[in-house]
Design a protein around this ligand. Structure first.
Ligand code: ADP
Ligand code: ZN
Ligand code: ZN
Length: 716
C-alpha cells in the first residue's frame, strides 16, 4: 500500500473532468492534504490542479508522482471541496469550473509582493484653502481611522492628496489600529419590530430565515445585530450585497460598527488586494466580510452567519459557468458550516417566500418604515389616456407638475427608466417595422450623440435610415424613450435644473458610481435620470419624488419572471422616495395600469402580489413548483440547429424521464452574432425522484455545444 491522491486538474475540458490519480512522493507524505494546489505530470507536459482526496491504495507502475506544491497551504477547505462537487452536480458544470470560481487566479498563481492594509489617522489640525487635499484631511479627521481602500473609494483621485498629507505629517499611517480607537457607535436603540425579529431568530429552531421588510424598515440594523452575535461567539460573518450596492456608504455602515474586523470583496479590487483579503479570511484575521456574490466562496475558517441582502436581485444568478444562484449556494454553504443564513428583501423572490410559507425556512417581518415614516404615496398614470388627451410627451401632466413642485421646493427627484440610449428603437409608422440588427434579431437602439443605431447584443452600429428598409416609407421615427431623451426633455422643461444621468453608458467603473453618489448626495444635482441599475441601495434623504417614466417596458418580455421583475423594480424604485421626514411621492407612468404587478406595487402590497403571482406559477407549472432547465442550441446553419434541437428533444422524451419537455422553438433572440438559436425547456416536478441531471449530462457529453442552464434568469 502507498499514499495516493486524486487530483482535479485545472483544465476545462470534458474528457479531463474526472479525478486523476497520482502517487504522493515521500517528501510530501506529511504535508499533503485535500485542497492543496499542486503541479502534476500530464502526458509529457505538466498541469496544475487541486487535491481532491488523499488515501492509501495499491501501487501500480502507471502511477506518476505529484511534482510538488504550488502553495504551501491548502487553497480549499474540505467543505469548499464538497461544495464544488455539489455545484458540479447541481449546475452541470465541470468540477474545474467550480474550483476556478472558488480560488481567484491571484491566489492560484504564485505570489508576488504582498500589499498591506494601510490605515490613516489625522495628526493635529490642518487649515487650508478648499482643495481636494483639505477635503480628504477633513474626511479622515471626522471619520476616525480610515483605511486606504475607503479613502480611494470616496475620493477616486485622492492618491496624490494622501501622499502629500503623509509627507507633511498631517496623516499618520498604520498597518493596524487599536480597537479602542474606533468610536464604535452603539447603533440605534432598536425599534420594537426589530427587537421582535431578533428574538425570534435567536430563539428559533430554523437556521435559515427570510427577513421580509419594506424599504427603509431597518433590515440593515438587524444584520448588524446578528453579525455582532457571530463575533461574540468568535465566529466569522459574511454579508453579501448586489455588486452595485457596494457603495462606500453601505460599506461604511459596517466599518463604523466593526472597524478593523471588516474587509470588502468586489470586482474593483486589484489582484493583490484580492489575495490579501483571501488570506486574511482564511487566517480568521477578518471577521466580517462585506462582498459581492463571489465572496460566498471565500475560505472562511469558522462561519457563523451569512446575510444575503436584496435576495431577489437577478444579479445573484451567475450567467456564465458555473451558473450558480448565490442564494442556493448560500443556503447550501450555511448548512455545511452550521451557519445561520438570513435572506433579506422588501420584495422576496417567489422561491424564497414560498420556502418560508411552506416552513422550509423561517419567516420574520418588518412591516413598516422605522420611526413611523410613511411609505410614499404612489400615483399610477395611464399613458393611453394622456395620448387620447393629445399629450405626446414622454411626461404626463402629473409627472410634469410633480417635477415642478419638487424643484421649486429645492428637493431632489429621481426618474427611472429601464432602457438606455436616446430613443429605444426606430419604427416605421407606415408598416410598423422596427429596424433590427441583421445579425441578432433585436431592435437596434438609437444613440443621439453619435446619431447612429447600435445593437446592444453584438455592438454592430448602423446609420439611421431616412426610408423604411421594408416598405420605403419616409414616416420612420425614433420611438420610445431612453435616458438621454429624458435628460433632454427635463432640460427643455426646466432649463435651470441640474441633471445627472446614470446608466451603463455613463457608469462604466465602480468609481463612476461613487462619484455620482456623492454628487447627488451633496445636493450638486436636482434630478437624477437613470436605468434600474440605480433603483436599489441608494438612500438620499432629499429625494421626495420618484418618477417611473415607463413602468411596463419589461412586462411583455417572454420570460415567466417578467411580472415579478416589474413589481420588484416599481417597489424598489418607489422605495428611493421619502426616506426622511420631508415625505415623498411616486409617479408611475404605464400603458398597463390594470396589470396586477403595477396595481399591487402602487399599493406597496407584496403579500397580494405574491398571491396572484404564485397562483400563476402554480397554474403554469413554473418555479417554485418545478425545476426548470433551459437548453440553448446555436449554430450557423438554421436547419442543422433545428435538427439538433429536435433530436435532443426526442431523446429526452423517449428516455422515460418524468419531466415535461417543451419545444424546441426558435429563441426569442432567434439570431445573435449571426448564429441561429433554438430553445428547449425541461420542467420537472421537484418531488419526483428522477435523475434529470444525469440525463442532461449525458446529452451534453454527446453535444458539447449545447448550453444548459438550471433555473434560467435570462430567457431570451
Ligand atoms: P433597510 O435596509 O430596510 O432599507 P435601513 O437599515 O437602511 O433599512 O434603515 C433605514 C434608515 O433608518 C437608515 O437611515 C437607518 O440608519 C435608520 N434606522 C434603522 N433602524 C433604526 C432605529 N432603530 N432607530 C432609528 N433609526 C434607524
Ligand atoms: Zn447584433
Ligand atoms: Zn415601412
Amino acid at each position: 500500500m502507498v499514499r495516493l491522491a486524486d487530483v482535479i486538474l485545472d483544465r476545462v475540458v470534458g474528457v479531463l473532468d474526472h479525478p486523476f490519480t497520482y502517487r504522493v512522493p515521500e517528501c510530501l507524505d506529511d504535508s499533503l492534504a485535500a485542497g492543496h494546489w499542486v503541479r502534476v505530470p500530464l502526458g509529457r507536459a505538466e498541469a496544475q490542479g487541486v487535491i481532491w482526496r488523499v488515501y492509501e491504495g495499491e501501487d501500480s507502475p502507471q502511477l506518476k508522482p505529484i511534482i510538488g506544491l504550488v502553495l504551501p497551504e491548502p487553497v480549499l477547505t474540505q467543505s469548499l471541496l464538497d461544495l464544488a462537487a455539489w455545484m458540479s452536480d447541481t449546475y452541470l458544470c465541470y468540477r474545474a469550473q467550480a474550483v476556478r470560481a472558488m480560488v481567484p487566479a491571484s491566489v492560484r498563481q504564485d505570489r508576488s509582493a504582498r500589499p498591506k492594509v494601510l490605515w490613516y489617522r489625522t495628526v493635529g489640525t490642518r487649515v487650508g484653502r478648499p482643495s481636494l487635499k483639505q477635503t480628504v484631511f477633513e474626511y479622515i479627521a471626522s471619520h476616525g481611522p480610515v483605511d486606504r481602500r475607503t479613502v480611494l473609494d470616496v475620493f477616486p483621485n485622492g492618491d496624490a492628496a494622501l501622499r502629500a498629507l503623509v509627507a507633511e505629517e498631517a496623516l499618520e499611517v498604520m498597518t493596524r489600529v487599536p480597537e479602542a480607537e474606533f468610536r464604535a457607535p452603539e447603533g440605534h436603540a432598536l425599534t420594537a419590530d426589530q427587537e421582535l425579529v431578533l428574538t425570534t431568530i435567536r430563539a428559533g429552531q430554523e437556521k435559515s430565515w427570510l427577513l421580509e421588510g419594506v424599504t427603509g424598515s431597518g433590515k440593515t440594523e438587524v444584520y448588524l445585530a446578528l453579525i455582532q452575535d457571530a463575533l461574540r461567539d468568535g465566529k466569522q460573518a459574511l454579508a453579501l450585497l448586489p455588486e452595485i450596492a457596494l457603495t462606500p456608504q453601505t460599506v461604511s455602515r459596517f466599518r463604523e460598527r466593526f472597524g478593523n474586523h471588516v474587509a470588502v470583496w468586489h470586482s474593483g479590487l486589484s489582484a493583490g488586494e484580492r489575495r490579501l483579503t483571501w488570506e486574511a479570511v482564511r487566517r480568521h484575521d477578518v471577521s466580517v466580510l462585506v462582498g459581492a456574490r463571489s465572496a460566498i466562496f471565500l475560505p472562511f475558517d469558522d462561519l457563523g452567519l451569512i446575510v444575503l441582502d436584496e435576495e431577489h436581485e437577478p444579479s445573484y444568478k451567475q450567467d456564465e459557468h458555473p451558473r450558480y444562484h448565490t442564494r442556493e449556494v448560500a443556503l447550501k454553504r450555511g448548512q455545511q458550516e452550521g451557519a445561520r443564513v438570513l435572506l433579506g428583501s422588501a420584495t422576496p423572490s417567489l422561491e424564497t417566500r414560498y420556502a418560508a410559507d411552506s416552513g422550509a425556512i423561517g419567516h420574520v417581518r418588518l412591516p413598516s418604515r422605522v420611526l413611523g415614516l410613511p411609505l410614499p404615496a404612489v400615483e399610477v398614470v395611464d399613458m393611453r389616456e394622456e395620448l387620447r388627451l393629445g399629450n405626446r410627451d414622454i411626461f404626463s401632466g402629473v409627472l410634469k407638475r410633480a417635477l415642478e413642485q419638487t424643484l421649486a421646493a429645492q428637493e431632489q427627484a429621481i426618474l427611472f427608466l429601464n432602457r438606455r440610449g436616446f430613443a429605444t428603437f426606430v419604427l416605421c409608422r407606415s408598416c410598423g417595422q422596427a429596424v433590427e440588427c441583421p445579425e441578432c434579431s433585436v431592435s437596434m437602439t438609437f444613440h443621439q450623440r453619435e446619431n447612429r443605431l447600435m445593437c446592444h447584443y453584438c455592438e454592430r452600429t448602423a446609420p439611421v435610415p431616412t426610408q423604411c428598409p421594408e416598405c420605403g416609407s419616409d414616416k420612420i421615427r425614433h420611438f420610445g424613450a431612453g435616458t438621454e431623451r429624458v435628460v433632454d426633455e427635463v432640460a427643455r422643461l426646466f432649463p435651470d435644473a441640474r441633471i445627472v444621468r446614470a446608466d451603463r453608458d455613463t457608469l462604466t467603473r465602480p468609481q463612476d458610481y461613487a462619484d455620482l453618489y456623492h454628487q447627488f448626495f451633496r445636493g450638486e444635482a436636482d434630478v437624477l435620470v437613470g436605468t434600474q441599475m440605480i433603483a436599489k441601495g441608494m438612500d438620499f434623504p432629499r429625494v421626495t419624488l420618484v418618477g417611473v417614466v415607463a413602468a411596463d417596458t419589461a412586462l411583455h418580455l417572454p420570460d415567466f419572471r417578467s411580472a415579478e421583475r416589474t413589481f420588484q423594480l416599481l417597489v424598489q424604485a418607489g422605495g428611493r422616495s421619502g426616506r426622511s421626514n420631508r415625505g415623498g411621492r411616486v409617479v408611475v407612468q404605464t400603458y398597463n395600469p390594470d396589470h396586477y404587478a403595477v396595481q399591487w406595487a402602487a399599493q406597496h402590497d407584496y403579500g397580494k402580489f405574491y398571491q396572484d403571482e404564485i397562483a400563476y406559477r402554480r397554474a403554469t407549472g413554473y418555479p417554485p413548483f418545478t425545476d426548470l432547465w433551459l437548453l440553448v442550441f446555436e449554430g450557423p446553419e438554421l436547419d442543422e440547429v433545428r435538427r439538433e434541437a429536435e433530436a435532443a428533444a426526442l431523446e429526452l422524451r423517449q428516455s422515460g424521464l418524468e419531466a415535461e419537455v417543451l419545444g424546441p422553438a426558435p429563441a426569442p433572440l432567434a439570431r445573435v452574432r449571426g448564429a441561429y438559436r433554438f430553445h428547449l425547456l425541461v420542467k420537472q416536478d421537484p418531488h419526483r425522484n428522477c435523475d434529470i441531471g444525469a440525463r442532461l449530462r449525458s446529452l451534453q457529453a454527446d453535444r458539447p455545444a449545447i448550453n444548459i442552464t438550471r433555473d434560467p434568469y435570462f430567457m431570451m
